[in-house]
Design a protein. Structure first.
Length: 694
């Protein structure tokens, strides 16, 4: 797809001519190079005064600290980077490349790391600028672009590449564009320095994410000129048919994933309550890990290394700060088949802190398309890592890579390793490579909101674990996969347990037992008012109540007037009117985290107290075929048991029993136990208390 993204595949010399001392610039293979001649406009502002030098910088030409793995690397990938510079005159230059064969209407994304060195500070924070564009391409040999484009210029202050101390760092340009009908896009990288001062631009590790068109199915073979030996023509035609059928099957599979799994004509929602994670590298910039944790991230796979000389520039910072935020971590190595497997293992292991190798197993990232894949070499790498760390690595890959004839045949040992699969879909489960039966982690989208999860990039990869957070903690401790992961047990619809289907539900009388002693009874009744279920309790003519409703796959709560001390409270998620209490479709063994805003009010004058956050967990403990709270209790069928916890692995603080169409039929907390003993008939509906501002 993208040619020579790391500038290590050679170049073509381009001569500037006698007027400029026969300066020889290097046009990278696969790219077009254009420099601005003196007197030309610097892309619309100011004027160029000199011809820049455009060269490749190889690892052996750099001091140790600027080589891959050094403290201040100028090479992010491979063994070379590209440098555009002038010793003291204003200049500009442009690299561009056209990529064809993309699926029209899909989204193409480009990332381009650029680093600016301004050797003599001018005081102008826009003295040197880099710009990246992703444009539609209309075809032809000249640079002919469609009207729409994406990208722009960035100065040193915007890209955080300049400070008073003279510090320099990489800036990661990012742009995305809908692929036009031609199926082609043009990547343009422009640099300019407008003052007569020495300035260097470094470019490396350009990445394009785009959806390629599948290859056309092969044409049927021409009829033979002469009779073939018996069976040969049939075999040849069968081979062609098998290839065409395989291609069609891949297209159908992609279409199914795009449409989503349907049941009764309704698209199934993603499974609720799987532990959420992200994977990051320098492409996400400087991560805010506290923000990631606050957004529900429970685990992260963090890029550490690649090949035998590259270390991710954000690895150590990400590694330390993710741990400080309480996020479970696994380090990954981007494997290159052209490099020695033992050397890659040593490089990867040597970069992991000896006393902090992460809570999750290490990962090998398999998506290298530059070199032939050899499963024997990969096994050598995996064995070396496992022997050193004492833990079997995870394999990250996708069906698109693993099944595309990457190896000579089926890899019998693949199932020994847990699978982290990449498959972007709204379906309830991913499509996985043929050599596995199941998955442990699932990268289900590359379009997560980067800002929401603490990244500087526009998007971020999001992942799911095969089980809930409690399962993830157990997996981190001993590597045991969940025995009953989401997707295999019965899905329970909790809406009938919480939400009233009638304007006035049955009247329930609960016996109150405190510290083993019966202390009285309390009345309960569910009512439906304007689509909101009111769970009334207490005084039948002025009952306290809480509000519930069901929508968008969740049970929601809002006001509750029963905390006592003349107060009521409101639950709401940030930016919303209500708070998600639990998924409406749920499975036994799952745990759901809540962290709503809680605001207490005075019932007398509705004066609000300072809102606080309340992080708690609701655990789906069991389904009871029959249940009764005591020897004198009413027997209910298909009762669900839920536990309210302060920590995911801790003991319950409260527990509830609910029956379909009756709601709560039992409750227990801190030595107090209430259960249903009577359902009197013929009473007038309970009346809720009047709170002036509700």
């Amino acid at each position: 797809m993208l040619r020579n993204p790391s500038f290590e595949n050679g170049w073509v010399d381009k001569n500037t001519g006698e007027e400029y001392n026969w300066l020889v610039n290097q046009q990278p293979a696969g790219w077009h190079l254009r420099w601005l001649w003196p007197g030309e406009s610097l892309f619309g502002t100011d004027v160029a005064r000199g011809v820049p030098e455009c060269v490749h910088k190889l690892a052996e030409q750099l001091p140790p600290n600027e080589r891959p793995g050094g403290s201040d690397p100028l090479i992010l990938d491979g063994d070379a980077c590209y440098k555009i510079f002038h010793h003291g005159l204003a200049f500009g230059a442009e690299l561009w490349q056209v990529v064809e064969g993309l699926r029209p209407g899909s989204v193409a994304r480009i990332w381009v790391p650029v680093r600016i060195h301004e050797h003599a500070k001018s005081g102008d924070l826009y003295a040197a600028e880099s710009g990246v564009w992703l444009d539609g391409w209309e075809g032809g040999e000249e640079l002919r672009l469609a009207a729409e484009d994406a990208g722009g210029w960035v100065g040193m202050i915007e890209s955080r590449q300049w400070d008073a101390a003279g510090g320099w760092s990489w800036y990661f340009h990012e742009a995305e564009l809908e692929v036009p009908g031609s199926g082609a896009v043009c990547i343009r990288i422009c640099v300019k320095s407008k003052w007569d001062a020495p300035v260097d631009f470094f470019i490396d590790d350009v990445q394009l994410q785009a959806e390629e068109l599948p290859p056309d199915p092969p044409d049927p073979p021409d009829p033979p000129d002469s009779p073939d030996p018996p069976g040969s023509l049939v075999e040849e035609r069968l081979s062609v048919l098998e290839t065409a059928v395989s291609w069609i099957a891949q297209e159908v599979e992609q279409l199914e994933q795009r449409v989503g799994r349907l049941e009764n004509g309704v698209e199934l929602p993603p499974l609720p309550n799987q532990a959420l994670g992200i994977d990051v590298s320098h492409w996400q910039g400087r991560m805010n890990w506290e923000q990631a944790k606050a957004s529900g991230v429970r685990f992260a796979f963090i890029k550490a290394t690649e090949r035998t000389q590259h270390i991710d520039t954000q690895f150590f910072r990400n590694w330390q700060q993710a741990k400080a935020a309480g996020i479970l971590r696994g380090a990954y190595h981007f494997y290159r088949f052209a490099a020695d497997p033992v050397a890659q293992a040593e490089w990867f292991l040597g970069r992991l802190p000896a006393d902090d190798v992460g809570e999750l197993p290490p990962v090998v990232d398999l998506e290298d398309t530059k070199s032939p894949a050899r499963d024997a070499d990969l096994k050598v790498f995996l064995d070396a890592v496992e022997e050193r760390l004492g833990r079997r690595p995870i394999i990250y890959t996708g069906r698109w890579w693993w099944n595309a004839a990457r190896f000579a045949g089926p890899v019998a040992w693949a199932r020994q390793y847990d699978l982290w699969v990449a498959n972007y879909t709204d379906a309830q489960k991913p499509v996985i490579p043929d050599d596995w039966n199941d998955w442990i982690f699932w990268q289900y989208t590359s379009k997560g909101d980067g800002c929401a999860y603490g990244a500087q990039s526009k998007h971020i990869d999001l992942n799911r674990f095969y089980g809930n957070y409690v399962d993830l903690l157990a997996y981190a401790e001993d590597g045991a996969a969940p025995t009953d992961p989401p997707g295999t047990g019965e899905m329970i619809d909790l809406a009938p347990y919480f939400i009233s289907s009638k304007e006035v539900g049955p009247w329930l009388v609960f016996k109150k037992v405190h510290e083993g002693q019966v202390v009285g009874t309390i009345d309960h009744q569910n009512q439906l008012v304007d689509g909101v279920t009111l769970r009334l309790k207490g005084n039948p003519v002025a009952a306290e109540y809480e509000e519930l409703r069901e929508s968008d796959g969740y049970i929601w709560r809002r006001y509750d007037t029963s905390p006592g001390n003349g107060r009521f409270y409101k639950l709401n998620d940030p930016g919303l009117e209500w708070s998600k209490w639990c998924p409406s479709l749920w499975r036994v063994g799952q745990i759901y985290e809540r962290n709503p805003l809680v605001t207490y009010y005075s019932k007398a004058d509705c004066v609000a107290e300072t809102p606080t956050r309340a992080q708690t967990y609701l655990y789906f403990a069991a389904v009871h075929e029959t249940w009764r709270g005591g020897p004198d209790g009413i027997v209910f069928r298909n009762v669900v048991e839920l536990h309210w916890k302060f920590t995911p692995s801790g003991e319950w603080t409260e527990r509830y029993w609910l029956a379909p169409h009756y709601g709560y039929v039992g409750w227990e907390s801190m030595g107090r136990y209430h259960y249903c003993v009577d359902m009197p008939q013929g009473r007038e509906p309970m009346k809720r208390e009047i709170v002036p501002c509700l």
